[in-house]
Design a protein around this ligand. Structure first.
Ligand code: NAD
Length: 466
């Protein structure tokens, strides 16, 4: 089956990407990639649709987004199964991800009529602020969470009155294409929300160079993100960056150690570790190091790795053969492997949950984002050293702190340089709370109460009364 996005017909050379099911390793579909001319034509359509879309009454725009949310809900199982097939996500995760799209659409719909400005006391008149939409917003999505990350961009951008062009990752375009179709079915006018499958350096880069795109919202690697930010500079193009991570899970001796150990696998192996928030470094206080490792390895051994379509599966395959090879390269014998789980036989891109013991803080497994089910354990002697180790990275996205000492939990949470932390939990993503990275993990925030404002420009207007 070849999927083409709505409204597109390739006249010249047709570029097709073959999609591989990561669980079986077998091809199951192809998708047509857009060329530059088609991308520009879509941006022209988005630009032409903007004046009418921003003029839609707030309550009507909210109704359209609610209808879109309802359609996502009605197609939740279809979307989830598509993600299991295309990205190898476990069915439980994929259902949550489609539900996250629905919930965020609802949340943003609720924000449209609350996008209020200020009235500021001034002499000689009245001063008010407006949150103006930007115009066309380009959203670039990675392959690891194709549905939620697409929605974290398009839902607030549409709510604010922008039109959207969205480029899914080459490997995982199917759910985004389907969401584009559902948006049209919900009644979004033509040109308001278009999904443009294509290559990063072609379609993604065009969002940067085309002057009709006012903002680029990029989620992906720090390598591509930094180059993209530099390329946005000549136009002073607005940019949000959500980049990589190497987050720490800090376990203090005064925590509920069994709980810290039994939950640690989910903090790092969820989505087979292909999670920008993965707690891929576990820092353990020296006095409980051995005890923690014993409980932790018992918990890792229980992680159910297998067919992601089965309800009981907790960890599926990696996204591609190339990524499998990259992840495997980190387990090269230079670090002690404390424990390694099992994977199913066959052609799928599975890698076992793997626990490494850090030999040195400079080791590649400690400093680089592996983006697979590989965790490295380090030991610390006191609170100051725990904070120092947690911050010894250019990344700053996420992390967890396990302690039953309230004061310590607060002190360490304030001291760790990361945008999203959890104390006695590994939960860092909710549609209603802000999400984003410090340092080289990103720029700007998504989700939460200010999500819509990130897609607006504040305008100040003074009315003279004298
Ligand atoms: P990637 O940077 O290779 O690609 C991300 C997207 O950018 C893809 O759609 C790709 O086609 C596009 N792209 C590639 N080159 C481009 C270019 N020159 N111009 C414009 N677009 C281009 O990243 P990936 O491998 O797909 O995703 C994994 C990375 O994403 C990891 O580093 C992960 O940590 C990060 N990530 C971050 C967050 C976050 O919220 N901070 C969330 C998920 C993933």
């Amino acid at each position: 089956m070849t999927r083409s996005p709505v409204n597109f017909h390739n006249n010249g050379e047709v570029h097709e990407t073959t999609l591989i099911n990561p669980t079986s390793g077998l091809a199951f579909s192809t998708v047509t990639s857009l060329d530059l001319a088609e991308c520009d034509a879509a941006i022209d359509r988005a630009s032409a649709a903007f004046p009418a879309w921003r003029a839609v009454a707030p309550s009507d725009r909210a109704k359209l987004l609610r209808r879109f949310a309802d359609l996502v809900d009605e197609h939740l199982e279809e979307l989830a199964l598509l993600e299991v097939q295309n990205a190898g996500h476990t069915i439980g995760n994929a259902r949550w991800e489609a539900g996250n799209v629905r919930d965020l659409l609802e949340y943003c719909a609720g924000g449209i009529e609350r996008l209020t400005g200020l009235q500021i006391p001034v002499a000689g008149g009245m001063d008010v602020t407006f949150h103006e939409p930007l115009g066309v917003v380009g959203i670039i999505v990675p392959w690891n969470f194709p549905m939620p990350i697409a929605a974290w961009g398009f839902a607030p951008a549409l709510a604010a009155g922008n039109t959207v062009v969205l480029k899914p990752a080459e490997l995982t375009p199917l759910t985004a294409i389907r969401l584009g179709e559902l948006g049209r079915e919900a009644g979004l006018p033509s040109g308001v929300f278009q999904v443009l499958p294509g290559e990063g350096p072609v379609v993604g880069h065009r969002f940067v160079t085309n002057e009709k795109v006012a903002k680029v919202c990029f989620t992906g690697s720090t390598r591509v993100g930094t180059a993209l930010m530099a390329a946005c500079a000549p136009q002073v193009k607005r940019v949000t960056l959500e980049l990589g991570g190497k987050s720490a899970n800090i376990v203090f001796a005064d925590s509920d150690l069994e709980r810290a150990a039994s939950t640690a696998p989910s903090g790092v192996f969820d989505n087979a570790g292909q999670d920008c928030c993965a707690r891929s470094r576990i820092l353990v206080e020296a006095s409980v190091y051995d005890e923690f490792l014993e409980h932790f390895c018992t918990a890792v051994a229980k992680v159910v790795v297998g067919d992601p379509a089965l309800g009981e599966t907790e960890m599926g395959p990696l996204i591609s053969a190339a990524h499998l090879q990259r992840v495997a390269s980190f387990v090269d014998g230079t670090c002690e492997v404390l424990f390694q789980g099992e994977v199913p036989n066959g052609q799928g891109f599975f890698f076992p949950p793997t626990v490494l013991l850090a030999d040195s803080p400079a080791s590649r497994v400690v400093t680089e984002e592996i983006f697979g089910p590989v965790v490295v354990v380090q030991r610390f002697n006191n609170e100051a050293e725990a904070i120092q180790l947690a911050n010894a990275t250019n990344y700053g996205l996420s992390g967890s702190i396990w302690t039953n000492n309230l004061g310590r939990g607060l002190r360490v949470a304030r001291a760790v340089e990361a945008g999203n932390l959890s104390v006695n939990s590994h939960s860092s993503v909710r549609y209603s709370t802000p999400f984003g990275g410090m340092k080289q993990s990103g720029l700007g925030r998504e989700l939460g109460p200010d999500a819509i404002r990130a897609f607006t420009e504040t305008k100040n207007v003074f009315f003279a009364t004298e």
